[in-house]
Design a protein around this ligand. Sequence first.
Ligand code: GDP
Ligand code: ZN
Length: 460
Amino acid sequence: MSEATIAAISTPIGEGGIGIVRLSGPKAIDIADSIFINIKGRKIKDAPNRSILYGHIKDPDTGRDIDEVLVSIMRGPHSYTGEDVVEISGHGGMLPLRRVLEVAVREGAVLAQPGEFTKRAFLNGRIDLAQAESVMDIISAKTDVALTSSVMQLEGKLSRSIEKIRVALLDVLTHIEALIDYPEEDVDELSTKDMRKKLADEYDSIEKLLATADTGRIIREGLKTAIIGRPNVGKSSLLNALLKADRAIVTDIPGTTRDIIEDYVNVNGIALNIIDTAGIREAADEIERIGIERTRDTVYRADLVIFVLDGSQPLHQDDRAIASLISSKKAIVVLNKSDLGRVVTEAEVNAVLPDAPVIEMSLKEGYGLDDLEGTITDMVYHGKAIASDEAMITNVRHKEALISAAEALQRCLFSIDDGMPMDLVSIDLKDAIEAMGLISGKTVEDEVVDRIFERFCVGK
Ligand code: GDP
Ligand code: ZN
């Protein structure tokens, strides 16, 4: 347990209905008692666990009231941090919250670092590292699907899958070490075969988890989407139509720099992060001036390209130039302005972009948008509906650890197949186990832990 008692304002900065100052640590209750006054003289230290007291926060130096509050008491180890936690809920204004925090600090609390409450929860074994990371994902979730997946991760869905694999690998390692330690006992054919099968099974489980990573990343971070095409084909109209169809609340993501303004559109739980909206919104002549260079750059950054054509006009020289720019990208072709009659055929498009789905659309008449959204969903989910009860890899750090584990396991399997000595197998197996432990934080270095929690906000 850490000896310092930390304090922070745990609700957003600004005016709100209520605001909370949170205290955690061995002196949380004493400090709170020294600034809290209850009409009936009740003390926080005598209050039952998980109860709430009504009263006032008083400045002990001046004796003046600071705010009218409710105080919640959660004693360790069954609290968020695993330590004694006191939450002081006052009126939402910045001034009273600051004053409450100030007197708490004067009475012996120290200001919490970003993410320190959650970090303590991890260090005290309340949650593992993957669960701690999901706390931040929950805060920054952009869609319902992202939120569901983060909440599942906090509940330990991913951690359990990871731990199951890790324990199975440990099992095999124990077995191998017994064989190394007692070589006189025969290593019969079956047991090596058994071992190989067990390792191969766990390898498959890791590969299955890794297969969720692409979808997972897109769910978490959004799909970088470029809308491109010649001037006047309907790019701005398409962006506006997508934004209008999006009824979900899309917030800006903490952690990204403020000067990059990005538009998010929610398509069936996938956050489309529309890049270069400035380019789309500029006057047509401006776009023409910036031309192909800007398009090239936008295309380069995109996960998905929506290439808009005016379907009522023959393919233009510039359309072919754009098509060749995006030939190696995941792309969807929209034949807009179909209400004006269609000249461009699907075959013509497929001659230049053989893999791209082609969607007939009229933004004026309002059709084709559902088709586009459905196509995007299919591309991300690969035709499968998202199985919300399955553990999913949404975090790059976890993905990298799984890749290392898979590689180490593959080396184990090769060694076994080549009839290599068992101590060689055990070295790679230990690497695999350690890589799995990185995800839960069992084998992670302090520095990595610090870096993860630095990205949190203060008060969390
Ligand atoms: P951008 O330059 O590619 O962004 O194109 P805009 O979205 O600004 O649209 C150019 C013009 O085409 C505008 O006058 C739109 O109203 C019009 N437009 C957009 N979509 C359609 C459509 O489906 N049918 C017709 N007839 N006109 C459209
Ligand atoms: Zn435009």
